[in-house]
Ligand binder design. Structure first.
Ligand code: ACM
Ligand code: ZN
Length: 530
């Protein structure tokens, strides 16, 4: 029998036998735990004690002699112990029987994240809370919230009301796949008010999840430029775009597509700083994501104002304008007590302040990230082949996520201390619904959670699959979609190539639709076994 625990704890002694608990078993705790209504019961079967010597997320859990004893140095460790108890005792299935074990546990990485792109599709407050619940169950602790992009601006900014009024809506949405010339001609939109944001941040904090906002600059600013065309180098006629890749706008020769904000205008820099001030004030987490990915520099090369700034600063290439912006934002955020995080392209323009955390994503060897690690910088690993959860399983099977190691991406053992953690990416161009998103996310989030928590010597993919198999029943009960085993671990190479081709050229849903059928088959097979 496998322990029904993901991520697997780092030290487990199994004693044999088990104890039965009630679904709402009384808890005594001398650590304040606001999610539990009553923790003052002196004769409780579950007892939580403060132990100063432990790390923030560390805990111990002993389940023997008819009761459960938990030790932690605070709220995070205590809650994580309770999540372990919840999984071991299969509380989500109503079993509530905990094996007799002694566990000592703490995470491998301090940063264990998932991103959510709400620009391409908007999921809304209740859904984000559901995702946070899931993260809590898996001991994932950072939600990286991508709140702005070319296809929609999703957060109220009081100083710039047109961002919500104009920037949050698009008139059409591309359908099918990146290359398809097919559109839904219907207004699509949504944004969070600052009150919504406060509510979600508070909800997340209670569940040990930090939220890192991303306002992506200087590129991916199409929605902001639609609202404030003066931010761009040239005031072309523009819109909030409904294209999900370069293919169609390039084919149509749309000049306004994919332009960064102007680095030669003080008003553009001031705009970003004002927006950052409002956003930073809403999110207590120390990290603030400045984006920085995929910045095309052609507009800057043609713009007299950008060229003047280059000349004044003695810059030889346009990418140094982005480096300048990164420096301004880093200093500004530092003054507000924050650390900037940026995609790996922020290293392309030359040296940046080492306080900036670089997120490695591009699907190639990244020598600049390696150099950054070598010279004292910190990294978050979101390498494409392991962590781009928007990609089909046919392309990146579950094993890619589970068997992540920094060494696979050029981070040699002596550089590993630079890695603060890992993050799975949910770009939502082709995920219009929670059902699709959840199928892309589960069980990758589970594999990510274990890769982020469990030491290499305690990990085994085959054991992970067995443990996942033992908890599969909860997904239906919790109302969460997931990939079937045959989707997540595809074997037929011809079918894999066919799916990858179709997903790029015509039908981004082919794997998703096949998965619905595979889940039904799994359910029928498990009923037959019972
Ligand atoms: C990215 O995928 N453009 C970070
Ligand atoms: Zn310019």
């Amino acid at each position: 029998m496998h322990l029904s625990l993901i991520p697997l704890a780092n030290s487990i002694k199994e004693y044999g036998g088990s104890i039965a608990l009630a679904e709402n078993e009384a808890v005594y705790s001398n650590i304040e735990l606001p999610l539990l209504k009553d923790t003052s019961r002196s004769k409780a079967k579950i007892n939580i004690y403060y132990q100063a010597s432990m790390g923030q997320a560390e805990y111990s859990l002993k389940c023997t002699g008819g009761s459960v004893t938990i030790k932690a140095s605070g709220r995070v460790g205590a809650y994580y112990a309770l999540q372990t108890l919840r999984m071991l005792g299969r509380f989500d299935e109503g079993v509530c029987r905990v094996p007799c074990v002694e566990i000592k546990d703490r995470p491998k990485y301090k940063y264990r994240g998932v991103s959510l792109d709400e620009s391409r599709h908007f999921f809304g407050k209740e859904y984000v809370k559901k995702m946070i619940d899931e993260m809590f169950r898996l001991k994932l602790n950072v939600l990286h919230w991508h709140l702005s992009d070319d296809q929609g601006w999703r957060i109220e900014i009081k100083k710039y009301p047109r961002l919500a009024e104009i920037g949050s809506k698009r008139a059409y949405t591309q359908l099918g796949s990146a290359t398809s010339d097919s559109f839904e001609q219907k207004e699509y939109g949504g944004y969070y008010t600052q009150e919504d944001i406060k509510e979600i941040v508070e909800y997340a904090a209670a569940r040990c999840v930090n939220i890192m906002p991303e306002i992506d600059v200087p590129a991916h600013m199409g929605a902001a430029i639609a609202a404030y065309p003066n931010l761009a180098c040239r005031e072309l006629e523009t819109e909030v775009f409904g294209y999900f890749s370069d293919y169609i706008p390039n084919k149509r020769g749309i000049e306004a597509w994919n332009r960064p904000v102007c680095m030669g205008k003080q008003e553009s820099i001031d705009f970003i700083l004002d927006v950052y001030d409002e956003v930073a004030a809403l999110f207590p987490f120390e990290y603030f994501h400045i984006g920085g990915d995929e910045c095309k520099t052609l507009e800057w090369a043609r713009c007299p104002a950008c060229q003047r700034v280059m000349k004044e600063n003695g810059f030889a290439k346009e990418q140094e304008l982005q480096k300048m912006l990164t420096g301004i934002l880093c200093r500004h955020l530092k003054a507000a007590g924050k650390r900037a995080v940026g995609w790996n392209e922020i290293l392309n323009g030359g040296e940046i302040d080492k306080s900036v955390i670089v997120q490695c994503w591009e699907n190639k060897r990244l020598p600049l990230c390696e150099e950054y690690a070598r010279t004292g910088g910190s990294l978050i690993m979101s390498n494409h082949k392991s962590f781009y959860f928007d990609m089909p399983y046919a392309m990146y099977p579950l094993k890619n996520t589970y068997e992540f190691s920094p060494g696979k991406y050029g981070i040699t053992p002596e550089l590993e201390k630079a890695v603060i953690g890992i993050e799975g990416e949910l770009w939502t161009e082709w995920m219009p619904t929670p059902q699709k998103l959840e199928m892309q996310l589960h069980p990758r989030a589970e594999a990510l959670a274990e890769a982020g928590w469990t030491d290499d010597e305690n990990k085994s993919f085959s054991d992970f699959l067995k443990r996942f198999d033992s908890i599969k029943g909860i997904y239906e009960r919790l109302g969460i979609n997931r990939a079937a085993d045959k989707t997540a671990n595809p074997k037929n190479i011809i079918k894999r190539f066919y799916y990858i081709y179709k997903i790029r050229h015509g039908n981004s849903n082919i794997e998703f639709l096949a998965n619905n059928k595979l889940l039904q088959k799994e359910a029928a097979a498990s009923t037959a076994e019972d």
